[in-house]
Design a protein around this ligand. Structure first.
Ligand code: HEC
Length: 285
């Protein structure tokens, strides 16, 4: 099975080839409608054929990749549906374009190529949700656009350390920066969703993610302090890890009870001079 997974990961590389060819096709089909560029048409059957072949390879690799699990979210299923439809349609058009009857259907190819670009965009959007999470695109959008996407108001930037919530303003943003692409709502590795405080505290499938007050017994802390070449080191797959300063901040947060719903100035959370300096640097104060 692991060889299938190995091949499956090439999906994210190979998929760019049919996309490039589809873009070339739409440009070619548009130009070839003009008398001046009519001779471009000669390349059309070749391009449709190449698009279909590479799309089929991409779809097959996509199914291999899907087999790894953890892509079963709504975005994952929609990505698979639209990607499969794209592969089937493009193959059908290519077969027609390469057939003896190709000339009879000349008016079809340009609209068909536009439809392919549309399908590529939709498929790519859902695929993007899988790698970045569905809120990625609109994270910095104006609030009305965020509301449309079901996102509440962004927390205003912290201007006074005493008013900062230790999770919502400090640790949450670090996890969102480094971990939620795999441990989020669209991709939820090990059943661990770190987009919310509740999700972090609930933990992952193995449990023991956060032991409040005990960083040394917290799996999350364990994973980010292993040697980077350890198989269990997080973030996985060579993704950019939190800085040593951010790791220290996470440790302090767990040590002081892994709290949220309080502000530093009105809580019993101890902030040493060392931590205060780290927090100020992290928040840009
Ligand atoms: C590239 C994807 C990816 C990124 C990014 C990532 N993880 Fe993971 N994580 C995984 C996978 C896959 C597993 C399951 C395999 C394992 O346990 O090692 C996992 C498992 C875990 C577990 C164990 C959960 C359990 O209960 O089994 C913890 C804790 C964890 N990750 C923390 C983190 C933290 C903290 C970050 C950010 C610093 C992070 N991960 C970033 C892919 C990732």
């Amino acid at each position: 099975m692991s060889f299938i997974y190995f091949l499956g990961r090439f999906h994210v590389l190979v998929l760019h080839v049919p996309i490039g060819i589809i873009v070339a096709i739409v440009v070619l089909e548009a130009l070839a409608r003009r008398e001046k560029y009519r001779n471009l048409e000669a390349a059309s059957p070749f391009l449709w054929g190449a698009a279909a072949l590479t799309a089929i390879v991409t779809v097959v690799l996509g199914y291999f990749h899907f087999a790894e699990g953890s892509f079963g979210s709504a975005s994952g299923v929609q990505h698979r549906t639209f990607g499969t439809a794209l592969g089937v349609l493009i193959t059908a058009v290519a077969l027609l374009r390469l057939s003896r009857f190709a000339r009879n259907y000349a008016p079809v190819y340009f609209p068909a190529s536009v439809l392919m670009v549309l399908l590529v965009s939709i498929t790519g959007h859902y695929g993007g949700n899988l790698t970045h999470g569905s809120s990625y695109l609109v994270e910095y959008a104006p609030q009305p656009v965020r509301s449309l996407a079901g996102l509440g108001p962004r927390r205003p930037p912290v201007t006074d350390l005493a008013l900062a919530d230790p999770f919502l303003d400090i640790v949450g943003p670090i996890l969102r920066q480094r971990c939620t692409s795999c441990h989020g709502t669209d991709t939820t590795e090990a059943d661990l969703n770190m987009t919310t405080y509740e999700g972090v505290m609930r933990g992952g499938e193995t449990g023991g993610t956060i032991a409040a007050g005990r960083p040394e017994f917290s799996e999350l802390m364990n994973r980010i302090t292993l040697p980077p070449d350890d198989e269990a080191f997080m973030p996985a797959e060579g993704n950019t890890p939190p800085t040593p300063e951010q790791v220290r901040i996470i440790e302090w947060w767990i040590q002081t009870g892994a709290q949220s719903g309080v502000v530093l100035g009105e809580s019993d959370i101890e902030v040493s001079a060392e931590i205060e300096a780290l927090l100020r640097a992290e928040l840009g104060l």
